[in-house]
Design a protein around this ligand. Sequence first.
Ligand SMILES: [Zn+2]
Length: 284
Amino acid sequence: MEQRRKIRRPPTGRRLRTGAARRPGDGWEAPPPRQRLFDRRRARRRRRGRRLLALVVFLLALAGVWRLSAWAAEGVQALLEPPPVSRPVSSAPSSVPNSAPAAESWELTLVNAKHPLPGDWQVQPVEVKGGQRVDERILPALQQLFDAARAEGLYPVVASGYRTSEEQRQIMEDKVAAYQREGYPELLARQAAAQWVAQPGTSEHELGLAVDINPDETMGTGQELYDWLLAHAWEYGFIKRYPADKVDITGISNEPWHYRYVGQEAARAITEQGLCLEEYPGQA
Ligand SMILES: [Zn+2]
């Protein structure tokens, strides 16, 4: 039976790598073929192990970063949201679809504190007299509404139309700053501002389908115009979006100037039945 040869290490303590150096006589003796095969396999296993370990560490780090950023986002969200007690109780379902696709019927898209602007919402802003913008889809109806008002001796102007999310954010920040100037600490200033200004991403103005209509300051009075709008806006497809008797549902104070385009059919039904958009069939 053949004696197993003893393997001697190279003098440096490290096995030399080049084939040229691997010759008997310089302190290194080639291991038998079976032993070399075993060594190679063991090295391969070690390399594979190290790669697997690196991959696991990388995946764990990735999961950690993702979790941390999610927590940070939740923290910011909680900070920006007013406490539940300061907001009127809503009867709408509590599910909050985040960045849901746009409603099938674009003019009925619901946007409020519980229903953020659809992630795929598209606006084609067009400028109206006075410099404000609206989505071009409502321009013909808005023009007819204003023409009819003028025919009655009223002078409506669009005081606020389409806003980008950045503009909505700025309006919120301005309101918070105004409260802070009155002496409110920041957190209370944010809560107070949230009673009047919608959080960015939850304002109807970001749809481009809502307008704040006020009288031209030099002509006519607000009440006269608001009364006429209340009686006739539906004929042109617009509804008073935040009625005084629906504050508990809309979560927004009575706004006699804020009108929303929903199309003629829906505007007629909503007005005749005394509903708000949240109550209209098909709305969540
Ligand atoms: Zn408004």
